[in-house]
Ligand binder design. Structure first.
Ligand code: ZN
Length: 239
């Protein structure tokens, strides 16, 4: 099989083709995925992925987590596929492997790839921590969904990130028929953590209201996330 290490060999990120499969994509329907290496017309994806892992590594190095780290971002396998006739899912992840769709609708810029890979890395760590989000966040998450359904104006204060499903306009974190969607809420929460820490480090303040300073559910989720995965590191000032 055609396998190589991403240019950042010290990150131990292995690149290989994914499987040919029919995937049940939930709200997305059935999706045919085929192996597709990031070469030829798709070689930009390897550049973006390499840059994303470098940026993510720099972020976690800067966090200075204790040893052993409660979070893993190195020694990951990256499998590349192409969706036939569709542009979803952009990626998915399990068992220290991220599958990257070169036709994914979020995979069209360096920033989009980096955010998506950060999201997927969280899924891997969530899984490693024994389905942490399913156990820890589900009660608050279910209560929010019960109250708001998919109504954007009701969900807005609770949505950790701005990613929405194109077809429905629903926040990705609250999209129904998307597996166990509390996992998506948690991964979007991790992205929000990364965005806020990065902004604070860069400019000393946030351009938006801090997530933890929103409704009480947000504060609880934030505190739990930061404690479980990021050793309590939080540069965002208290509310
Ligand atoms: Zn996800």
């Amino acid at each position: 099989m055609w396998v190589f290490l991403i240019a950042l060999a010290d990150l131990d990120v292995k690149v290989e083709p994914g499987a040919d499969e029919m995937m049940d994509g939930g709200f997305r329907g059935q999706i045919h995925l085929v192996p597709q290496l990031p070469t030829g017309k798709y070689k930009q994806h390897l550049t973006w992925a390499t840059q994303a892992f470098a940026d993510i590594d720099a972020f976690f190095t800067g966090l200075d987590l204790p040893d052993p780290a409660p979070y893993r971002w190195r020694s990951i396998t990256l499998q590349f596929v192409r969706s036939v006739g569709k542009h979803t899912p952009s990626a998915y992840a399990s068992k220290w492997t991220i599958t990257y769709n070169v036709e994914g609708s979020l995979m069209t810029s360096a920033a989009g790839v980096r955010e998506t890979l950060f999201h997927e890395l969280f899924h891997l760590n969530d899984e490693e921590h024994g389905d942490w989000s399913g156990k820890t966040l589900a009660a608050d998450y279910d209560a929010i969904v019960k109250k708001c359904g998919t109504k954007p104006s009701c969900l807005a204060p609770y949505a950790p990130n701005d990613t929405k499903v194109r077809a429905t306009g629903t926040y990705y974190a609250f999209q129904p028929n998307n597996g166990s969607s509390v996992h998506e809420y948690a991964a979007e929460l991790a992205v929000r953590y990364w965005k806020e820490q990065t902004e604070i480090a860069k400019s000393g303040k946030l351009s938006h209201k801090a997530f933890k300073c929103g409704p009480a559910e947000n504060a609880r989720a934030w505190q739990a996330l930061v404690g479980e995965f990021f050793a309590g590191r939080d540069g965002v000032p208290a509310c």
